[in-house]
Design a binder for this molecule. Structure first.
Ligand SMILES: Cc1cc2nc3c(=O)[nH]c(=O)nc-3n(C[C@H](O)[C@H](O)[C@H](O)COP(=O)(O)O)c2cc1C
Length: 211
């Protein structure tokens, strides 16, 4: 079996973390760099990753996470957030970042910049918010796979009250909203979920070929 498939079979959505086990700084940095390398539409990266370790904040978050204990028993609670909207200065920042990284003059990117502004700023606010949130799920996928490769456990989690998270994390009014959480750490020996076979549809129901 390929290493990729082995890693993806190793991971599962952890129900019970071992609170005594912590993710090392080195591994955490690898996960953060994987997040930085996530692709996004037009490369806009309309995202922010929150890394939460503060115990009193975690217990407040637990109360708005339907008491899912992973939030407090994990090593680090990651919360992937997306921008509410993309504004003109955000597009200009991307142009500047690109011109610096790829040694292009901002003037040579003027037409591209105008195209981005024309296309993106015309979006309806709700469509833009949803579009940004979709980028967060690409980040989630990267993080889940990176963790599996590092043999770090994780739980993708949408089961929390988004508005309450936004308030507790100080996102409201700052052009950010929480999209999906991902506690990371190490599975408890007591977590019976780890012994259950994966539940997945057969490939022929999921894939159609056009040859
Ligand atoms: C976007 C998303 C949200 C999820 N939210 C929760 C959640 O709030 N709580 C939970 O225990 N599991 C949650 N899960 C885990 C799924 O139930 C789990 O990934 C699925 O059943 C497949 O099992 P596996 O990940 O163990 O292979 C979520 C998964 C995804 C991808």
């Amino acid at each position: 079996m390929s290493k990729i498939i082995e890693d993806l079979n190793w991971r599962y959505a952890v129900d019970q973390f071992d609170p005594s086990k912590k993710v090392s700084e080195e591994n955490l940095n690898t996960i953060l760099e994987a997040f930085r390398l996530v692709p996004s539409s037009y490369g806009l990266q309309p995202l922010k990753l929150l890394v939460i370790e503060n115990p009193s904040l975690l217990s407040e978050l637990l109360s708005v996470s339907y008491n899912q204990r992973q939030v407090v028993d994990c090593s680090h609670l990651l919360v992937i957030c997306a921008y509410d909207e993309i504004t003109e200065p955000i597009i200009e920042d991307l142009i500047l970042l690109t011109s610096t990284a790829q040694d292009k003059s901002p003037e040579s990117m003027e037409r591209y910049s105008a195209f981005l502004k024309r296309t993106i700023l015309a979006m309806k606010p709700d469509d833009m918010k949803q579009w940004n949130a979709r980028q967060a799920y690409i980040a989630l996928g990267h993080i889940l796979h990176t963790c599996a490769q590092l043999r770090i456990d994780s739980t993708p989690m949408e089961g929390f009250q988004k508005d309450a998270y936004d308030e507790l994390l100080g996102l409201t009014g700052h052009n950010l909203h929480s999209v999906v959480a991902c506690p990371i750490g190490y599975r408890s020996d007591q977590d019976t979920q780890q012994h259950l076979p994966k539940v997945r549809k057969p490939l022929n129901e999921l894939v159609d070929f056009y040859r």
